[in-house]
Ligand binder design. Structure first.
Ligand code: GDP
Ligand code: MG
Length: 160
């Protein structure tokens, strides 16, 4: 009887989390990773990466046409980002809760944006908004071989 096999029968999701260039510049990488790690989600991929313009535009293609789109692309390509793939039951919605509202001034204290940011154009972190986008974004930002499937030793202490 292996808890991780039971978990596999539930709705295991993946989400793409990214520390944006302001989070990297401000030395918040460890703090941000730590929040997902402590929550108990499974880290499957992690890298520091300079995002090319084309990838940023593809990632944010749904926002093309918004007045802030050019600034958003400049922002996300302005320095290295930290790309992460996290797995877990309910990880997509839970990660969005941990991240907080898009506008950091409206984000609840205790959330990443609520605690660590003040402006929408400098909101330190990205998280996928649906399981479908989680898959799409992980495929976009990671190559095969950059992701690991593994069972952490704490698995039985996270799920009954
Ligand atoms: P998210 O899913 O909470 O990151 O928000 P969205 O998907 O709606 O937008 C993507 C990113 O675009 C946000 O995280 C912000 O960095 C940026 N953004 C969204 N709306 C605005 C806006 O009205 N002004 C500015 N400057 N940036 C915005
Ligand atoms: Mg979004």
């Amino acid at each position: 009887f292996l808890p991780h096999l039971v978990a596999a029968m539930e709705e295991v999701e993946e989400t793409y989390i990214m520390v944006k260039p302001d989070g990297v510049q401000r030395g918040l990488v460890g703090e941000i990773i730590s929040r997902f790690e402590k929550k108990g989600f499974l880290l499957k991929g992690l890298k520091l990466f300079q995002c090319p313009k084309e990838l940023a535009e593809e990632h944010y293609k749904d926002l093309k046409g918004k007045p802030f789109f050019p600034k958003l692309i400049d922002y996300v390509t302005s320095g290295p980002v930290v790309c992460m793939a996290w797995e877990g039951v309910g990880v997509v919605a839970s990660a969005r809760k941990l991240i907080g509202a898009t506008n950091p001034l409206q984000a609840e204290p205790g959330t990443i944006r609520g605690d660590l940011a003040v402006q929408m154009g400098r909101n330190v972190v990205h998280g996928s908004d649906s399981p479908e986008n989680g898959k799409r974004e992980i495929a976009l930002w990671f190559k095969e071989g950059e992701l690991c499937s593994w069972v952490p030793i704490q698995a039985p202490w996270l799920r009954e």
